[in-house]
Design a protein around this ligand. Structure first.
Ligand code: ZN
Length: 189
């Protein structure tokens, strides 16, 4: 099943997610549905709050690295290196979000991260990530802390974000889009 994606302003996107406690068949189905939704969007990662669920879990689908091409992180912790204060590169550091669709912004992230999480069976695992994969993990982990990547921007770009929210009428509850049905990436007028 493909879930509708909540847009910035949906309350569940702006709170710390609740831990997952039941590792049952419903959870396994949810993981499959999150993969399916990510593929259809298309995206490289999806956190449960983005589909309106208050659960500390996210998935990724990303094959351009040494690690697993897809995976789920449930009740994760993420260790990162201190982030440098360099100006982000307009292209190399451009990050986007399905909950702020169509507006990527450059953002510096740690080039390295260590993820510790449970899989859909409740088994704990640990993995190391570099480069873009490390970025994906940081982005998705942020969602579970109630942070959307645009919340990390400041100065001129933060101003631009505020303008976009006003123009798109985002920042309020109840705005969603469904992958495969409506594309927020095309102007509708
Ligand atoms: Zn996101």
């Amino acid at each position: 099943m493909i879930y509708p994606i909540h847009v910035y302003g949906s309350p569940v996107l702006h709170k710390v997610s609740e831990p997952v406690t039941e590792f049952d068949d419903d959870l396994k189905q949810l993981v499959q549905d999150m993969y399916e939704t990510t593929e259809e969007a298309p995206g490289v990662g999806l956190a449960a709050p983005q589909i309106g669920l208050d659960k500390a879990m996210f998935v990724w689908i990303y094959d351009d690295h040494d690690g697993p091409e897809r995976g789920v992180a449930i009740n994760p912790t993420l260790l990162i290196e201190p982030i440098d204060t360099q100006e982000p590169d307009k292209y190399e550091d451009a990050e986007g979000c399905l909950s702020f669709p169509g507006y990527p912004f450059p953002l510096r992230r740690s080039p390295y991260a260590v993820l510790r999480a449970q899989d859909e069976n409740g088994e704990w695992y640990e993995l190391e990530a570099e480069g873009w994969f490390a970025r994906i993990l940081q982005h998705e982990y942020d969602h579970l802390q109630g942070r959307v990547f645009v919340d990390r921007l400041h100065g001129k770009t933060a101003k631009r974000v505020a303008q976009i929210m006003k123009a798109e009428k985002w920042g309020v509850p109840g705005i969603e889009w469904t992958p495969g049905e409506d594309s927020p990436y095309e102007a509708d007028e």
